[in-house]
Design a protein around this ligand. Structure first.
Ligand code: MN
Length: 203
């Protein structure tokens, strides 16, 4: 079998319209088919550039190339996780159950405390970035990661369970510049079952 040596835009498990009114059809369509696609294309074109330079034996600005590659691969991987963290309106949101609920209570004291800290992490990302709930397997603790851009402040090896994109492109159509309103809406479409599954796989 031919290995796939390039990245591919993943299909969503729901329709673009399914997250409305929390995330509009237009917002999700542009985010997935334009912005996410751009990171896939960006990463692939850098890989092709590396392949070509290696084949032809030409020089590259390795530092700049790898920086750009990290940004684009980070974008692709985080968006791929993000789509899986969302559920159609009416099917997601509320509070988690099962092992994830217990783990959140153990780490944060309560779901409300977790929600508050995660919201603050997302609201306060400087510029463009992400809030992520992660599992550190060395300490068996849930740790919130505040990622700048797609690749700064990332803890290597931590397993990401849940992410929230707070790049302006994630919410501008629906909420203009009001990031906090978008984050409030996000809590209505969180796919807790999917995040519980990620936790089970990570452990
Ligand atoms: Mn995005």
């Amino acid at each position: 079998m031919e290995e796939n040596k390039f990245y591919v835009l993943p299909k969503l498990s729901y329709d673009y319209k399914d997250l409305a009114p929390h995330m509009s059809e237009e917002q999700l369509r542009i985010h997935h088919s334009k912005h996410h696609q751009a990171y896939v294309n960006g990463a692939n074109s850098i890989l092709q550039k590396l392949d070509k330079a290696r084949k032809e034996g030409t020089e590259l600005d390795v530092r700049a190339t790898l920086k750009e590659l990290s940004f684009n691969i980070g974008g692709h991987l985080l968006h791929s996780l993000f789509w899986g963290n969302l559920a159609p309106a009416g099917k997601g949101g509320g509070e988690p159950s099962g092992a994830l609920a217990d783990f959140i209570d153990k780490e944060f004291g309560s779901f409300d405390r977790f929600k508050k800290e995660f919201t603050q992490a997302a609201v306060s990302v400087e510029g463009s970035g992400w809030a992520a709930l992660t599992l550190c397997k060395q300490t068996n603790r849930l740790i919130i990661m505040q990622v700048e851009k797609h690749n700064t402040n990332v803890y290597p090896m931590f397993r990401i369970l849940m992410v929230l994109d707070v790049f302006e492109h994630a919410y501008y159509i629906d909420y203009k510049n009001e990031r906090a309103k978008f984050i409030d809406a996000f809590w209505n479409i969180v796919n807790w079952d999917g995040i519980n599954k990620r936790l089970a796989e990570a452990k």
